[in-house]
Design a protein around this ligand. Structure first.
Ligand code: PHE
Length: 471
């Protein structure tokens, strides 16, 4: 049957670019820098890098090898590995299914800011209340959401090689050039504030890179490690079936070891560059206080920074948001592709039909979530203590709750049920060398399950509860 013909990437480069394009997203550009600022700069960076090449590597290898070996999406792959583990496929499928309800909304916000800078409204965007005013308005965020979703759907509609691969290959180099450009520009900045204090980009760079051990206690250290860990999941797009889907598109003659190293490297490089671009700029114009902005960094603090740069700020702001839009778009594509691929397998339907149905469903769902800031506004305290709206609730369920559970179960399945050898065989297929084999086995069997259990208890508030009981 025509519809069952397996799609694939044209080769190793196409795969690396598409997977890196999925991995590089708002997580790298917005979340990584604010975590680094919050968690002692260089200290966070060192921990993060160490974790990427051990722990992140293990999860990435697992997902990609499962995908290529079974040739299926998550929904069917786990059942094919072990009939009793079919439930894990369903659980994994839930993650992109939930993320897709809100990722397009953030994509819409980014699209809005591109327009802000094209039309020269940068000064307005730098005012207090601009962002909140925008997201709580009734119509405008929905319009931008629809634009973003439509572009995503078109790319997925065209398929793996003609859509996703071609688009990623064109976009990723441009993104890299843009981010290097702005990062270098950031380092040249210098500003004297009203108190006569001059701060420079190079000083900001030092704050970003030099580890700050001030006030680091054991429990603070653990919380930095946990921040790095949850960042890593989100950033590498693991434990949500996306890399399983992309793995299933990789031809058997591709050396997975090399490709995976490239993906890890690319994703980490972009995160580091994003910090180098954002932290010095925020430091120069707002000092260390500005860096405590947290999640509002991208839409509230940065427009202020661009505003303070004068007329060049409009250009930089525009380039910045175009770049973020590229990053978000390719990530959103990978989420939608995972949904489409799994549903095609499930229902034996064609790509074009499935893409249209999924797009229609998610337009409705995203509009509802988007209205969580206006019509359906509420404030809910989440188990981890933060207060959120509908979007945050979705984000919490997928990232803080489901992802650690899925990663934990996947590691147990591989480490103890089907055994690491099953993955090793796939990594060594074609006579290639599985470089970090011993490391992989130890992590997947012992380290990951323990760490993931702690991460789960931390993000669900169980850990705080236990601490209270003991203390
Ligand atoms: N990995 C992407 C990032 O760093 C985010 C993402 C999440 C992509 C979920 C796909 C699915 O932002």
């Amino acid at each position: 049957m025509e519809t069952n013909k397996k799609s694939s990437f044209s080769g190793s480069l196409g795969f690396v670019m598409a997977a890196a394009a999925s991995a590089v997203g708002v997580g790298n550009i917005w979340r990584f820098p604010y975590l680094a600022a919050k968690d002692g700069g260089g200290l966070f960076i060192i921990i993060y890098i160490a974790l990427v090449f051990t722990f992140g590597f293990t999860l990435l290898v697992t997902d990609i090898a499962i995908g290529r070996r079974t040739g299926m999406g998550a929904l069917k792959a786990f059942g094919a590995m072990h009939s009793k583990w079919n439930f894990l496929g369903k659980l994994t499928f839930l993650v992109p299914a939930i993320i897709m309800t809100y990722y397009g909304i953030i994509g819409g916000w980014i699209t809005k800011y591109i327009l802000v800078y094209i039309t020269g409204q940068g000064t307005a965007a730098a005012q207090d209340g601009y962002f909140t005013g925008f997201i709580t308005s009734k119509v405008s965020p929905i319009v931008f959401l629809l634009v973003f979703m439509a572009i995503t759907a078109i790319i997925v509609y065209f398929g793996v090689e003609k859509g996703i691969e071609r688009f990623s290959k064109a976009i990723m180099p441009v993104l890299l050039v843009m981010i290097i450009g702005i990062a270098l520009f950031s380092l040249t900045l210098s500003h004297t504030d009203a108190n006569g204090v001059t701060r420079t980009g190079m000083q900001g760079l030092a704050i970003y890179l030099i580890p700050n051990f001030e006030g680091v206690t054991f429990s603070k250290f653990i919380s930095v490690v946990m921040d790095a860990m949850s960042q890593l999941f989100f950033s590498l797009s693991v434990a949500m079936g996306i890399m399983i889907t992309y793995g299933s598109y990789v031809k058997k003659d591709v050396d997975l070891n090399k490709s995976i190293t490239h993906i890890e490297f690319f994703d980490t490089l972009v995160a580091l560059l994003a910090g180098m671009m954002i932290i010095p700029a925020v430091y120069v114009f707002s000092g260390t206080d500005g860096m405590a902005a947290g999640p509002s960094l991208m839409f509230i603090s940065l427009p202020k920074v661009f505003g303070a740069m004068g007329s060049i700020g409009t250009v930089i702001g525009f380039v910045f948001f175009v770049m973020v839009a590229f990053a978000a778009l390719t990530s959103c594509v990978s989420i939608m592709e995972t949904l489409v691929a799994n549903c095609m397998e499930m229902f034996g339907a064609s790509r074009k039909k499935t893409s249209l149905v999924i797009a229609a469903i998610y337009i409705v769902l995203s509009v509802i979530v988007c209205m969580g800031y206006s019509v359906f506004y509420f404030e809910l305290t989440l188990p981890n203590g933060s207060v959120g709206q509908l979007l945050d609730v979705m984000d919490y369920i997928s990232n803080s709750f489901l992802m650690p559970v899925i990663a934990l179960l996947t590691c147990v399945l591989i480490g103890w049920v089907v055994k690491p050898k099953w993955i090793e065989e796939e990594m060594e297929h074609g006579g290639y060398k599985f470089g970090r084999k011993q490391l992989y086995t130890v992590i997947v069997k012992y380290v990951a399950p323990v760490v993931l259990a702690v991460l789960f208890m931390q993000s669900t508030g169980i850990l705080t509860y236990i601490e209270k009981l003991i203390g």
